[in-house]
Design a protein around this ligand. Structure first.
Ligand code: NAD
Ligand code: 4TP
Length: 356
């Protein structure tokens, strides 16, 4: 276990206030305070009230943004978790969305990015937000992934979810196998997916996966298995030509760059042990081709990671769960949030090791 004095600092954006984000952020930060100095970003009064209802023993320490801007993050021992106040626009009713709070949620992301780039935080972990509420607040928004790319002026990022399989949920998959599923496209309507997959774009996605698995996960020679887009990987062109015209040439070019990228494999039969045992990551073409498999096998223990960013960002594998939030505290499982923090810590260590 890490010493308190060497605990990395992680910014946690507490997400949609009417959802389960604030609760799971507080619970996970408190449970993991010996290993990590979590700094919660959200409305301080609301977080203090929520923490007191979860467990009156939870100790919060207020930090001001100005103090951070002047001198960085001060040292804190593991007896408290830190909070930076990002005031909400309206009173919170659990389970009830209010666009008046949308911009405050975005402000927590902006602050986490500022702090990660300034070196106050070693990584950022995001609790779930409600994409529709940000849009209802007047800001076009399709997800953290795209927003963080824009905020950091990163031309290409990759969404990857990872989790450990367990036989209870995926009986034919070996226990404790790390399953990683990356996506060639992110939050895109299905009708736009084919046009969004190009040889060059797919090449950039593969390069980012290869680079980040090496440098942020410590995998020396990443093996990437790539799905087709169409049923049966296009059936030799009879069920679509994207495999022939786009995916295969992109994979050949990646291999010529020294990357172990194989495929395209039919997506419906790729997710079986004989392939997965020989892979570090599966690259699927679109959101609902890859994520249902991952979430079926690992829901509640999975982590969402944005590759390609100039900072480390992880998140949970689930959403705001408004149904649980309105049922009261204590309903939500915070396993994925804890795993998101653990994964961020591992990535901090791997990145440091790769820079030695
Ligand atoms: N990282 C993120 O910010 C993130 C991730 C996924 C979805 N979302 C957003 O969340 C909103 C709601 O999405 P949704 O309804 O599709 O998915 P959801 O994950 O919020 O809910 C789906 C089901 O899973 C259950 N569930 C979710 N989290 C749980 C937990 N921690 N413990 C126990 N049960 C849990 C819910 O009760 C519900 O039955 C949408 O706006 C979506 O875009 C955000
Ligand atoms: N696609 C993610 C999932 O299904 O878990 C989720 O929508 C969150 O995406 P962002 O991290 O881009 O908000």
């Amino acid at each position: 276990m890490r010493q308190a004095s060497t605990r990395p600092a992680i910014a946690i954006t507490t997400g949609e206030p009417a959802g389960i984000g604030p609760e799971i952020s507080i619970r996970a930060a408190w449970a993991m305070r010996a290993q990590v100095n979590c700094v919660l970003l959200g409305d301080a009064a609301f977080l203090a009230l929520t923490a007191s209802l979860i467990d009156p023993d939870i100790q919060l320490a207020a930090l001001s943004v100005q103090a951070l801007r002047n001198g960085g993050l001060p040292q804190f021992g593991p007896s408290r978790i830190c909070v930076i106040d990002v005031p909400l626009g309206a009173h919170v009713v659990p389970g009830v969305l209010d666009p008046a709070n949308g911009r405050a949620v975005l402000a927590t992301l902006d602050l986490a990015v500022e702090g990660a780039r300034a070196g106050w935080f070693d990584a950022m972990v995001t609790a779930p937000l409600q994409k529709s509420t940000i849009n209802d607040a007047g800001v076009a928004f399709s997800g953290h992934t795209e927003y963080l790319a824009e905020k950091t002026a990163t031309a290409q990022v990759v969404m990857m979810l990872a989790g450990e399989t367990a036989s209870a949920t995926a009986p034919d998959t070996p226990d404790n196998v790390a399953l990683r599923v990356a996506l060639a496209t992110t939050h895109l309507p299905l009708k736009d997916v084919s046009a969004a997959i190009t040889r060059d774009g797919l090449g950039r996605v593969i390069d980012i996966i290869h680079h980040d698995l090496k440098n942020k996960f410590g995998i020396a020679a990443p093996r990437i298995l790539v799905t087709g887009l169409n049923p049966h990987a296009g059936e030799n062109g009879y069920l679509g030509r994207e495999e022939i015209d786009t995916i295969t040439p992109a994979l050949e070019a990646a291999r010529a760059r020294g990357i172990d990228a194989r495929g395209p494999y039919p997506a419906d039969t790729l997710f079986q042990p004989k392939y997965l045992m020989d892979a570090d990551c599966v690259l699927a073409m679109y959101h609902d081709q890859g994520l249902p498999v991952l979430k079926y096998a690992t829901f509640g223990r999975g982590v969402n990671i944005t590759l390609g960013l100039p900072l480390i960002r992880t998140s949970v594998d689930h959403g705001t769960a408004l149904d649980l939030a309105c049922a009261g505290l204590g309903q939500a499982d915070c396993g994925s949030m804890e795993q998101a923090i653990r994964t961020a810590l591992q990535m901090v260590d791997a990145q440091r090791a790769s820079q030695l």
